[in-house]
Design a binder for this molecule. Structure first.
Ligand code: ACO
Length: 402
């Protein structure tokens, strides 16, 4: 990488790189990604090991603080989070105004942004590390509660309050799927699948939503505002919204007779805007290592729950067909993390509109870690340049004469 950040006369030297395909925006010590070889590490630890051996909260701690926690550190982290899981009752007032079928991602970004109104201390750009830490813990604690509100509203059920005797993921699942009185009793396989999915989504270096979080944060905007912006960036179907789009695509293929080849042909046709959702990645030019883990988790959970999902067969057929097709081979288009995650979410009873929200919950520790790193490194405000292609100077003609 060539470092041009110290160039004095910057107006003389502008690099043009639409989509930032070859431009590094920052130095970061959080996530290592080798797209050619399909390698992903968080803080040096391979994603495969983290998904196999850790809880989501351990990984969150690792991303944010740089090291895996000891048992004691994990306990105090967990205790701090448990203290903050309740949400101010006044938040319910404007939450009540959302139509129940409005998209969960729109609700999520509004609710997360609104937290800044209830915690104005987060607005201080000169907050101490301890004060910033409180804000980070607050958001980690409240996000599952917010997500559960959105889910419950979409099915017309009353919300379930957080329970302190459950761990992070169990509490989340309990708020989503138990009714107000039920005791939580989730199959450990379900909790474990959820832990894995959240871990696999927890960070992915400078992707669209993370770059957004850093960009917004670079203006000294508070954490809630920065993460709300990241949530909006994640929503698009070319990014996190792909998980919803994948399941809708697979459903449509099923309804249309299940002919994978027909849709493969559509995806290759340059006159057809259709793309194979869940395929391709800006950085991975080899198998997405997360997709491999998710595919296995998908097989496991469907078998464990005794679910025979015809959509999985279509997904497998599509993957096989694409992997043997010259168009996909030439462009190095492999299934990405979103290709199989929706099938698991569906098996766990989530509606497709909730899939990207689950991605956001998983990505939260990564966004927080990246915002913290940006803040601690005192990075300059993000402000790209442009190459102007408009009119040269001209004079305004009076409106009667135009
Ligand atoms: N189906 C068909 N063709 C594709 C696909 C696809 N899913 N993805 C890329 N291509 C083709 C493009 O048409 C282009 O072909 P060309 O060279 O003949 O013009 C070539 O592959 C390169 O594609 P780009 O769009 O230039 O690649 P880019 O790196 O900009 O985009 C992206 C990456 C957005 C992920 C793209 O592959 C895509 O749209 N995939 C589907 C959506 C998706 O799954 N998104 C989730 C990504 S993972 C995540 O965000 C968590």
């Amino acid at each position: 990488a060539i470092d041009i950040s110290k160039l004095r006369d910057q107006s003389e030297f502008i690099t043009l790189d639409p989509g930032y395909k070859n431009t590094g925006a920052t130095k970061s010590a959080i996530t290592y990604l080798d797209g050619e070889n399909g390698i992903l590490h968080y803080r040096g630890y391979p994603i495969e090991q983290l998904a196999e051996k850790c809880l989501f909260l351990e990984v969150a701690y690792l991303l944010i603080y740089g090291e895996l926690p000891t048992k004691q550190e994990l306990e105090s982290f967990r205790a701090e989070i448990k203290e903050q899981t309740l949400i101010h009752e006044d938040m319910k007032n404007f939450f009540a105004g959302f139509p129940s079928q409005s998209h969960p991602m729109g609700q999520l970004s509004c609710l997360v942004g609104a937290l800044s109104a209830f915690y104005p201390e987060s607005l201080n750009p000169n907050a101490t590390k301890e004060e910033d830490n409180k804000t980070m813990i607050n958001l980690l604690a409240k996000m599952p509660t917010i997500v559960s509100w959105i889910h419950k509203k979409s099915i017309g059920h009353p919300i379930v309050y957080p329970k302190k005797d459950l761990n992070y993921v169990e509490n989340f699942m309990n708020m989503l799927f138990s009714d107000v009185t039920a005791e939580s009793s989730f199959d450990p396989a379900i909790i474990s699948a959820m832990q894995k999915l959240l871990i696999l989504h927890a960070d992915h270096e400078q992707n669209c939503s993370t770059s957004t979080v850093r960009m917004v944060g670079s203006s000294n905007a508070n954490l809630y505002a920065s993460i709300a912006s990241g949530i909006n960036a994640l929503w698009g179907p070319l990014h996190g919204g792909a998980n919803q789009a994948v399941i809708e695509m697979l459903e449509a293929i099923k309804e249309d007779g299940g002919d994978a080849d027909k849709y493969l042909a559509k995806a290759k046709d340059k006159n057809d805007p259709f793309r194979l959702m869940g395929f391709g990645h800006r950085v991975y030019k080899n198998f997405d290592p997360r997709a491999k883990i998710i595919k296995k988790a998908c097989d496991d959970i469907l078998e464990k729950l005794g679910i025979d999902d015809p959509v999985l067969d279509i997904a497998i057929r599509l993957e096989e067909a694409a992997l043997n097709d010259q168009y996909f081979i030439d462009r190095k288009l492999y299934p990405n993390v979103d290709f199989y995650s929706g099938i698991i979410y569906r098996a766990l009873n989530f509606k497709p509109e909730m899939f990207t929200v689950l991605f956001a919950l998983g990505r939260l520790p990564g966004w927080i870690a990246q915002w913290k790193e940006m803040r601690e490194n005192k990075e300059p405000i993000g402000r790209p340049r442009q190459v102007y292609t408009g009119e040269t100077k001209r004079d305004v003609v009076d409106i009667e004469k135009r």
